[in-house]
Design a protein around this ligand. Structure first.
Ligand code: ATP
Length: 911
């Protein structure tokens, strides 16, 4: 590899010396006995708090850079969005003010009409206009009919029919005489909604001095429900009175001198209120401010889940990022957005002169909006733990938004409904459920504020009583009865808690959802099925309190040796020897993979033929300073093995020990000494190469003063210096790969996993990367997968060939070539008709030659090592017999020939 040595200073400290770990020749953390050969690592445990705060800081910085990069989105979330909602509220409020000013100003009077024709279910349905009794007052009804027709133009004649109790009319009837009041009563019971009016006269015989009658009417069905003020009833009564006067004065109904009662109706004039109230803001404010903060809520769902979907969050965790720092950084970077958003709401609320804002203590307003915003932020975090794709997350967000809109507009549309939920005398169950919804708690305190600030207009006295305002001290006192709505005629007021309780509940929401996010993020399986036990927090190890590892090398070996599959029929001898070496305590390997197995289950609940055994009892060891190259066709199980070793996928059985740390038990510690270059580039499109290295260097706790040198050195090593400040999203495939490769080496990890690190690179850059890897592996362990035989040949101190999840062969390149690919290949081209003669001649020269291919005269022979002595004679024979003529006249029998040495590729193909 010396010829590949690059010019970027291989003697650099950061490149050659793993600085994050200390190595011991025997266990420093094992409690039990340990073998002398075991090289155990004690990941330097920087102060846990320091690590946390450094990672937190670097993540906040990253989020901040991205917020600046996406400045349009950031501004629309924190400033433009809230402003738009406030502006809309302002416009609505102004429109409402105009309506309030014009309210009922001097309405016009209008005449009372006559009684209109009855209507059944349909306009033409049979019905009876009037039933009257006794029949002797026919003259009054006749006068009524005549006057009414004059007023309405509709005929309502006296009918000459006899009704019986059960028969409905078969046409529209005008005025019908019936036997008595009992008949009216029973008929309408038997035939509901048929008769418009009934009238029973009780006028004494003789000269009438006392006119008495009773009108029957249907209060809900009066004139098909359209007569809400009962003008028809009034009209009927007026018609009857008019008819009585007509009869009493012996006038001729309908004639010009008959008495007429012409009634005019007019509503009271109302003076417009002197003071316009901010009722619109009081009623709809909670809804609009909820919408203003929902923009950030939905953006969080999208951003966080998109990052999860692209596996960028996994990549950060693989490089050792604490998830606590990840979430807290998001909390902080969204927290400042909420702060700006709350300030915008408060400032524009004042600018738009909303009474709630004008008369409420500014700090109370600001803190309320901040707490509400933060509670919504943490609720969004919690939801992201259940979503795997950004599309689903945004749909969930929109769904919640709609629910919130409906809820806010129903639950807090006015004080009367709003306070029902908070009244200590109503059932607690609903309240207990609802206090976990931030907008419910926000709605209450906003209601308190508007009750104390909006003021009330009293129409009776035409006076406006302004609210006393909401001062800081009002937080701690429940609203007095004066500002609470009455719940019954007796004036019962709701018994509601002090406004500050909403703050406490919002704080509870923030803490609760942060906690639930932290918990569910760990226990809900990710895409690879990795998750912690639901009771992980009970384990002292989680809290870094374990003094003993709980296993020693011996116990670990015993455990996995016991579980080893006894017989592996047809297993290659090298593979079998490796299996034994894995459990050999004298082996000084720093990486031991013991019976590693991964089955991808088709169903969660049962085993099936469709289950896929991706890795099948893999046993492997590797010494320090070595590079292991994993070869194998597509689907052989290489990436799955790498994913298990890097802690991304849980193994079905088996384990691996790296520097004395178990993948199953100590993945958090392993991550401190591990670097991963995954198969697919996990890069942030909107960060530059320099920012990537700075980010991961921060996560890996590289001292700040070394970062600059590290960035320059590593980018130069993979020839990315010129594009160091360009966004990774603009890179070509090969450039992205080189950056991913460099990222995996940050923090000088002891173990590096590289899944096809040079895919898509041109030959020049590939050689630079090889040379980088070759120099970097000193004192470390590198495991890489590749499809390039050349790469495996150049880099692999050990080469393993995998097929169908199993190890098929292993050893260094020379060993594999000798075992599976040794020998030479002779190829010659003849005329097809000459091929059998050529075959004869060749086989005479080299009897051991094996014909590998014969297609249309192109012959390929394999020469085993035993045939090597005959090779010079064969070459001489080719030279000497150039002139052998073909069956085709004028042409040589052998038009061309060649001899080549077989290599790793042949070995691979053979395997
Ligand atoms: N999440 C999964 N669910 C089900 N089967 C899987 C899953 N991941 C991998 N497999 C299967 O496991 C087998 C091994 O896959 P793996 O990706 O490890 O192969 P590989 O050797 O890395 O292939 P390549 O060279 O194409 O990357 C394949 O048959 C694959 O289909």
């Amino acid at each position: 590899m010396d010829q590949l040595s690059p010019s970027w200073g291989t003697n650099s400290n950061t490149l050659n010396t793993p600085s994050q770990v200390s190595l011991n020749s025997n266990s420093a953390i094992s409690s039990g006995e340990s073998n002398q050969n075991e090289k155990v690592i004690q990941p330097q445990s920087p102060n846990v708090f320091k690590l946390f705060f450094v990672q937190l800081w670097i993540m906040i910085k990253r989020n901040f850079i991205l917020q600046i990069r996406y400045r349009k989105s950031t501004i629309s979330q924190a400033i433009a969005g809230p402003f738009m909602f406030l502006l809309l509220l302002f416009i609505l409020q102004k429109a409402d003010n105009v309506v309030q000013k014009k309210a009922y100003y001097h309405p016009k009077s209008y005449p009372l009409l006559g009684v209109l024709q009855c209507q059944g279910r349909h306009e033409s349905s049979p019905c009876i206009n009037v039933m009257y009794t006794p029949e002797k007052h026919k003259d009054i009804m006749q006068a009524f009919s005549t006057n009414n027709q004059k007023r309405t133009g509709q005929s309502m004649p006296l009918e000459d029919v006899k009704l019986d109790l059960t028969t409905r009319p078969d046409k529209k009837l005008g005025i019908v005489a019936v036997p008595d009041a009992t008949f009216i009563y029973n008929y309408t019971l038997n035939n509901p909604n048929v008769t418009l009016f009934g009238i029973e006269f009780t006028i004494e015989d003789g000269p009438p001095t006392n006119y008495r009658y009773q009108i029957w009417f249907n209060s809900t069905q009066t004139n098909n429900n359209s007569d809400v003020f009962n003008e028809q009833l009034l009209s009927f009564q007026r018609g009857i009175d008019e008819a009585i006067v007509t009869v009493a004065t012996n006038s001729s109904p309908g004639s010009s001198n008959s008495p007429a009662m012409n009634l005019q109706l007019k509503e009271w004039p109302i003076v417009p209120p002197k003071t316009i109230t901010d009722q619109m803001v009081a009623n709809l404010g909670a809804l609009f401010f909820f919408c203003a903060e929902m923009v950030i809520f939905i953006s969080i769902l999208n951003t966080v889940v998109a990052e999860k979907e692209a596996k960028l969050a996994d990549s950060l965790v693989m490089m050792g990022l604490k998830k606590e720092a990840y979430w807290l950084a998001y909390f902080v970077s969204n927290g400042w957005l909420i702060l700006v958003c709350s300030l915008v709401i408060c400032i524009f609320g004042l600018a738009f002169d909303f009474a709630v804002f004008r008369h409420t203590n500014f700090l109370v307003l600001l803190i309320t909006f901040i707490l509400f915003g933060l509670a919504m932020v943490t609720l969004a975090f919690f939801i992201t733990t259940f979503c795997r794709t950004a599309r689903v997350a945004v749909l969930v967000g929109i769904f919640l938004f709609i629910i919130g809109l409906i809820f806010q507009s129903f639950a807090f549309s006015n004080a009367y409904i709003g306070y029902i939920w908070w009244d200590k005398n109503t059932s607690k169950i609903g309240w207990i459920i609802l206090i976990f919804i931030p907008f419910f708690n926000f709605g209450k305190i906003f209601l308190d504020m508007s009750q104390l600030t909006t003021g009330k207009y009293d129409y009776l006295t035409d006076t406006f009583a302004p609210g006393p305002g909401f001062k800081w001290g009002d937080l701690y006192n429940p609203l007095t009865d004066k500002y609470l709505p009455s719940y019954d005629a007796a004036g019962r007021k709701p018994d509601v808690p002090a406004p500050v309780q909403s703050w406490y509940l919002l704080l509870m929401n923030i803490v609760l959802y942060l906690f639930l996010t932290w918990y569910f993020d760990k226990v809900i399986p990710d895409e690879f099925g990795t998750r912690r036990s639901p009771l992980f927090f009970l384990s002292p190890k989680y809290w870094g309190l374990r003094i003993s590892k709980g296993y020693t090398m011996q116990s670990w070996l015993q455990k996995y040796q016991k579980a080893a599959v006894e017989s592996h029929e047809g297993e290659d001898t090298d593979v079998a020897a490796e299996r034994n070496a894995t459990f050999d305590t004298d082996n000084d390997a720093v990486l031991r993979i013991a019976n590693l197995r991964k089955v991808f289950r088709h169903s969660m609940f049962y085993t099936s033929k469709l289950d896929k055994v991706a890795v099948n009892d893999l046993c492997l060891t590797l010494k320090e300073g070595k590079c292991l190259a994993l070869l194998g066709q597509n689907g052989a199980g290489k990436s799955t093995s790498m994913n298990i070793l890097s802690g991304m996928t849980p193994a079905t059985s088996g384990d691996a020990l790296m520097y004395g740390l178990s993948v199953r038990e100590d993945i958090d510690s392993i991550r401190k000494i591990m670097g991963v270059c995954p198969q697919h580039d996990l890069l942030f499109n909107d960060l530059t190469a320099r920012e990537h290295i700075e980010l991961y260097a921060g996560i890996k706790m590289v001292p700040r003063e070394e970062i600059e040198t590290l960035v320059n050195e590593r980018l130069a090593a993979v020839r990315l210096t010129k594009v160091a400040d360009k966004f990774a999203g603009t890179y070509s495939g090969g450039m992205k790969r080189r950056l991913s490769m460099v990222v995996s080496t940050i923090g000088d990890p002891q173990i590096i996993f590289m899944d096809e690190p040079t895919t898509g690179m041109d030959p020049v850059n590939r050689r630079h990367v090889w040379s980088f890897i070759e120099n970097f592996k000193r004192g470390r362990v590198i495991i890489l997968t590749t499809h390039s035989m050349e790469e495996a040949d150049v880099l692999g101190d050990r080469i393993c060939v995998m097929a169908h999840g199993r190890l098929r062969a292993l050893g260094n390149a020379i060993h594999l070539k000798n075992r599976f690919g040794a020998g030479y290949r002779v190829s010659l081209v003849t005329h097809p008709l000459d091929s059998s003669r050529a075959k004869q001649l060749i086989e005479q020269q080299v009897p051991d030659a094996v014909l590998e291919d014969d297609s249309a005269g192109a012959l390929i022979y394999e020469l085993p090592m035993s045939a090597l002595p005959s090779l010079p004679a064969l070459v001489r024979w080719f030279e000497e017999n150039r002139e052998l003529s073909s069956v085709e006249e004028g042409k040589p029998m052998i038009s061309s020939w060649g001899v080549s040495q077989k290599g790793l590729e042949e070995a691979f193909l053979k395997l």
